[in-house]
Each structure stands twice: as C-alpha cells, then as structure tokens.
Write a protein that binds this ligand. Structure first.
Ligand code: ACO
Length: 319
C-alpha cells in the first residue's frame, strides 16, 4: 500500500515583481533574465509568512478533495524557509486549518517536495496513515541578498499542497544526496551565543549557477530514466514531466535529451520564478486545475537543489 493524490492546491502572494522592477534595483535587464532563466515575473510576499502561504495552499487542496482537516493523520511540509524555528510550518498549518494530527517539516532544499512524498509513502506503507497533507512552502525572498543580481532575479515565494489517500499510485522513486556546501549554501543567522567562535556569514543564498546547471541536467536525465525503468514504463508512456522550476534552459536541455515530447515538460517558471520546494506542487496544481490530467496518466516529478540533492518519482494520476 502507498498513496494516491486526492487533490491539489497552491498559493502565491499577490505582489508581483517583474524583471523590469528588478532592473531598477540591480544591474540587470528583462532581456538577460528572460533569456538566461525563462523568468519574466515572480510573486514576492509583502505581509505573509511561509505558514500563511502554506495555509492557503492547504485549504485549496482540502477544498479540491472534500477531505476534512480532522481526517488527516499527518501533515508534512517541505521547506527551508520557515519563519519560525518552532513551531514549524506544518504545525502552524495544523493549527490554522483546525487539524489535530502530528505535523513536521522536512528540509531538502529544492528537492524537498519529492523527498517529502517519499517519507509520506512510508507512513502509508506501514499502515500509519489513511489521509495526509503534504506541502512545499517557501518564502525565499527573506533569504536573498537583494544586491546580488546572480540570485535575487531567480528565487521567489509560494506554496503548493497535495492531499494523499490510500492507493497504489506512487510507482517508483529515487532520492540522492551528494554532500557539497560549496555549490549552493544558505547559512543560518549565526546566533547570539557569546561562546561561539565561528564568524557569521550572510544568511543568504550563495550559488555557483553554472555548476548547479551542469549537475542538474545530468541528474534529472538520469533520475527520470531510472524511475521510469523501476516502474516498468518507457519514456513514451509519460503524460507529463513536472520538473523543478529552476531554469527554463535546464528543462529544455533535459527535454532535448529524452524521447518525451517537449510540450510534456510542464513549466510555469515564466510566472513564478524558482520557489524551491513549492515549485513542483504549484505546477501540479496548475495542471490539475486546468483539467489537463486524466485518470491513468503517468506523471514524473523530478527535482534537484541544495545539498546537492535530487529526487524523482512516478505517480499515476487517479482523480
Ligand atoms: N543580470 C545581468 N547579468 C548577470 C546577472 C543578471 N541578473 N547575473 C549574472 N550576470 C552576469 C555574470 O556576472 C556574468 O558576467 P561576466 O561574464 O562578465 O562574468 C554573466 O552574466 C554570466 O554569468 P553566469 O553565472 O555564468 O550565467 P549563466 O548563464 O550560468 O546563468 C544562472 C546564471 C541563471 C544562475 C544559471 O547558471 C542557472 O540557472 N543555474 C542553475 C541554478 C539553479 O537551478 N539553482 C537551483 C537550486 S537552488 C536551491 O536549492 C535553493
């Protein structure tokens, strides 16, 4: 026993920041950002915390299913940007929606949502859950150096959610972690301890973009191949690949190497930027709400990010 996806939801802050807006803040241009990343605009929070956004996505996912908060056996949230160290995002959501189940956050950067689905599958496999809420929620805007044009044009805020029920739709998965804090690093605020001697670093996203890019294309290609093989499927069976929305050129490069039609690689990075662990559930919700998914479709999720981590899985759509 594992799970099926009963419904989806997503949320992004109302405030939109365009590439032209950013070009007034740092030395960049709409042309550079659009050509190098595919991003044209992103949603940035002005008055919402990560758990506020997660709550909105959760309510929309519950609405999509008719599942009541009190039916949930567990809430998991993938995030690296909780506004509180404790209670975590999942627990804040538990209170806000009126659920009573245990809740916890999982940190695996942009691969977080795929990692979290795999953890959720374990609860179903052990018979510990009949209904779960799984979220990806990020307020990355608080972790950006808004004077660093290499990162502030890329990352953004948002949340996505799925409600899971018992089923057999999680067909295969692969998670990897390649310990490396050189390519992507996000230091925490160093804290106030008078005893600690390591000097603080800026608590902002540091990234060697080109290295991530090369890593991402190879990793996504290999991961998608492997999860399809594990499921006994071929590339021709795939209805949609939902890649982590990090860079349109990464998505295009992976698509070119695969025998899957390019239009099956869903992207919305143009409108959302990179929302880390929220990017895949937001994209999944868009596909679902647009009525583009039909029962029996095979959907491949594939992510990479800080760690360096990667995660991919195949899910059969049943709704
Ligand atoms: N506007 C204008 N010029 C810029 C900007 C900008 N916003 N940013 C960088 N440049 C300049 C650089 O200074 C450099 O100039 P130089 O040639 O004079 O030195 C030039 O553009 C090229 O810079 P690169 O960094 O080599 O550009 P690249 O084509 O690699 O694109 C990018 C950079 C968009 C970051 C790309 O490498 C990328 O998307 N990498 C993947 C990032 C990613 O996927 N991260 C996800 C994981 S993050 C996580 O897990 C939290």
């Amino acid at each position: 026993m594992n799970f099926q996806i009963l419904g989806t939801g997503s949320y992004a802050p109302e405030h939109i920041v365009t590439n032209d807006d950013l070009s007034k803040m740092v030395d960049t241009s709409d042309e550079w950002i659009a050509e190098r990343t595919g991003i044209r605009q992103r949603h940035i929070s002005v008055n919402e915390t990560t758990h506020d956004m997660a709550y909105q996505a959760a309510m929309r996912a519950l609405d999509d299913t008719g599942v009541k908060p009190e039916e949930l056996d567990m809430i998991l949230c993938a995030t690296i940007s909780s506004d509180l160290a404790s209670p975590n995002v999942a627990i804040m959501v538990q209170k806000m929606i009126g659920a009573t189940c245990p809740a916890m956050d999982i940190s695996a950067a942009c691969s977080g949502f795929v990692y979290t689905l795999d953890v959720a599958a374990g609860y179903f496999a052990r018979g510990k859950a009949k209904k779960m809420l799984v979220l990806g929620a990020e307020r990355l805007s608080k972790m950006l150096d808004w004077e660093d044009r290499a990162t502030c044009v890329i990352f953004a805020d948002g949340a996505g959610a799925v409600v899971l029920g018992e089923g057999e739709s999680y067909l295969s998965s692969k998670l990897t972690a390649k310990g490396d804090d050189d390519v992507i690093k996000i230091p925490y605020y160093v804290g106030l301890s008078p005893f600690f001697t390591i000097p603080g670093e800026k608590p902002c996203i540091n990234m060697k973009g080109r290295e991530v890019f090369k890593f991402a294309v190879n990793a996504m290609y290999n991961d998608v191949q492997e999860v399809l093989e594990q499921s006994g499927l071929t590339q021709k069976d795939v209805s949609y690949v939902i890649p982590h929305q990090a860079n349109l050129r990464i998505i295009d490069a992976v698509a070119r190497r695969m025998d899957i039609a390019p239009e099956k690689f869903y992207h919305n990075i143009e409108r959302f930027g990179n929302t880390s662990s929220a990017s895949i559930p937001i994209a999944l919700d868009e596909l679902n709400k647009a009525g583009k998914l039909k029962a029996g479709d095979y959907i491949v999720l594939s992510a990479f990010g800080g760690g360096l981590t990667t995660g991919a899985c195949v899910v059969r759509w049943t709704k």
